[in-house]
Design a protein around this ligand. Structure first.
Ligand code: NIG
Ligand code: FE
Length: 378
């Protein structure tokens, strides 16, 4: 089964320069041909892009979708001046533990559908609102029905009613063993009010020993050694990167560890945005993701994230688009998504706009006209 996407006003593949008046052919779920409209071969099926811009599907490399309830009251309090605190996570933990599998899966499925409608074709999903062996294993299992990019985040915060050391023994022992069969990644929230650098090292090393890849939450609330630890341990990405010191930027420059920025958090916690320009200029690889979660960033919209990165963080629209697609793929160590080279997964977006610049230029407008997704990774 082949599909010709014709009449593309502007095509971005991340493989060579942007093309105008282009066409693209999909065969068996892969990009099979890219070229000028007038040379397009015939195919079984036709999608008319109507002169719109076509871009790779967004790769949202950081989300927390397995939870119950919301925390709109905390958002309102923050808008009135209260500071965000990591401890709010425990409220969602209580509600998540009380929810049934069906409720949790229905909520996560609805959020994935929201993402998809806004152009996300690959999504990573973390656990982290269960924080018992059974509740974390259940979160990982439910997440694994929605994506292959599942991250075990038992080390989100220390839950109520258990000592720190006992909890870390659990996270690095039985909880890890129960979650690893469903997960590809291990993560730890290394920040003020969560875990320190030594604790984070212990968690990541245990996860790596169990065969999981590493990713970290670091520098969301305060500077620490989290960013350098992530680079030292060969993490695929270190996420938030808001409070950076020069030595963190030096460590990220040219590293394999991607600096993932989550500006929905700064929006929703009324905090200063990270300086993406400084990271790119230093030679770091930058990704953009939603961090969709009920506490610090309850958005599923990658177009919104791109708009924030352009308006508030010093990226050009082209850089922001790259970070939200190819950058996310790097953060997940995937080379089959995030671009439209021949052979890539045929995950793409047809915009109701002549250029991807409109994602930032027309914020809040539903410009994603059509999403073509090769498979069920979202
Ligand atoms: O990525 N930083 C840690 N975890 C989430 C927030 C979770 C919450 O507040 O519920 C985040 O921002
Ligand atoms: Fe997060």
């Amino acid at each position: 089964m082949s599909t010709l996407v014709s009449n593309i006003g502007l095509l971005v593949t991340h493989d060579g320069p942007e093309r105008s008046d282009a066409a693209l052919v999909i065969d068996a779920g892969r990009v099979a041909w890219v070229g000028a409209s007038k040379h397009a071969p015939a195919a079984d099926d036709l999608v008319d892009a109507a002169g719109g811009c076509v871009i790779p599907g967004f790769v949202d490399s950081h989300s927390h979708l397995v939870f119950a309830g919301d925390r709109a009251d905390e958002f309102e309090a923050r808008m009135a001046g209260t500071r965000y605190q990591a401890g709010g996570i425990r409220r969602t933990v209580r509600l998540t533990r009380d929810a049934t599998d069906e409720q949790l899966l229905a909520n996560a499925t609805r959020l994935v559908a929201e993402m998809c409608a806004q152009g996300t074709t690959t999504v990573e999903i973390k656990t982290g609102y269960g924080l018992t062996v059974d509740d974390e294993a259940r979160s990982a299992r439910l997440a694994s029905t929605l994506t292959e990019e599942v991250t075990f985040l038992g080390a989100h915060v220390v839950p109520e009613g258990i000592g720190r050391e006992t909890y870390l023994d659990l996270v690095t022992g039985p909880m890890l063993s129960a979650c690893a069969p469903f997960a590809k990644w291990i993560d730890v929230f290394c920040d003020r009010g969560a875990f320190d650098v030594d604790e984070a090292r212990r968690v990541i090393l245990a996860g790596q020993a169990a065969g999981l890849g590493a990713r970290m939450h670091g520098a969301q609330l305060a500077p620490s050694g989290a960013v350098r630890l992530a680079v030292d341990l060969g993490a695929a990405s270190v996420d938030h990167c808001t409070h950076l010191e020069q030595r963190d930027i030096d460590a990220l420059a040219g590293a394999d560890t991607v600096a993932t920025l989550l500006p929905g958090v700064e929006f929703s916690t009324r905090s200063p945005y990270p300086d993406a320009r400084r990271l790119v200029d230093a030679g770091a690889t930058v990704a953009l993701a939603s961090d969709c979660n009920p506490g610090s960033s309850f958005t599923t919209s990658m177009p919104f994230v791109v708009a924030l990165a352009v308006r508030e963080m010093g990226l050009t629209a082209a850089e922001a688009l790259w970070a939200a697609t190819a950058g996310g793929a790097r953060a997940l160590r995937r080379d089959d998504v995030g671009h439209l080279r021949i052979g890539a997964q045929a995950d793409l977006i047809v915009l109701d706009a002549p250029s991807y610049v409109h994602l930032a230029y027309r914020p809040g407008v539903p410009l994603v006209k059509r999403v073509i997704s090769s498979q069920s990774s979202t």
